[in-house]
Ligand binder design. Sequence first.
Ligand SMILES: Nc1ncnc2c1ncn2[C@@H]1O[C@H](COP(=O)(O)OP(=O)(O)OP(=O)(O)O)[C@@H](O)[C@H]1O
Length: 209
Amino acid sequence: MLELAVDDLTVSRGGVPVLERLSFRLGGGEVLVLRGPNGSGKTTLLRTLAGLQPPMAGRISLPPEAIAYGAHADGLKATLTVAENLAFWARIHGTREIEPALDDFNLQSLRNRAAQNLSAGQKRRLGLARLLVTGRPIWLLDEPTVSLDQASVTLFADAVRAHVAAGGAALIATHIDLRLEAGIFDVGPFKADPDAPARTPSPFDEAFA
Ligand SMILES: Nc1ncnc2c1ncn2[C@@H]1O[C@H](COP(=O)(O)OP(=O)(O)OP(=O)(O)O)[C@@H](O)[C@H]1O
């Protein structure tokens, strides 16, 4: 059974706790939207869940090789074409076809254009199309609709809907209403208290002890 389970998780930036004691579950077929004001820690949480930084405390459990992380930076290979970029990621991740990804993000007419010559919104569409070729079941998405026009937002929402209908899951930090059937997880109540005494001494504390 596909599930991302988060228990009593504290996440940090630069050694300072940002969100603390979070617990939630995300199962196959579910979308969870992360809400919270700018700087509240949504990116920090997603980076921690993606394994890009260690948790400060608590547990994250998920199936191996389950995560596809879509970050602010699109991570495109500038000199490769749209189709070559997708083929590159398809090879890394396995056997997935690139044609459905080109279709779903309206990239067929751009397939032979170098990524560096795409507009901001087109680059973003390519970055999102990459999710489809990873074949990974859990999508962690950080502001996926930045630079997208309304039609592309709809394409993206449709792709998420199809992904969860096929048993996948998505955790999405966004400030806009995607009109998806989704749970809402507001990180606001989990804001760490910066004045609380540190649970474990940092190297800084030791140096001045
Ligand atoms: N490298 C860093 N070192 C120290 N603090 C950082 C670093 N990067 C971010 N922060 C701080 O960590 C906090 C959480 O930032 P984060 O990017 O996770 O918020 P967010 O909820 O994703 O914000 P937004 O909605 O603006 O994208 C912010 O106060 C930010 O200033």
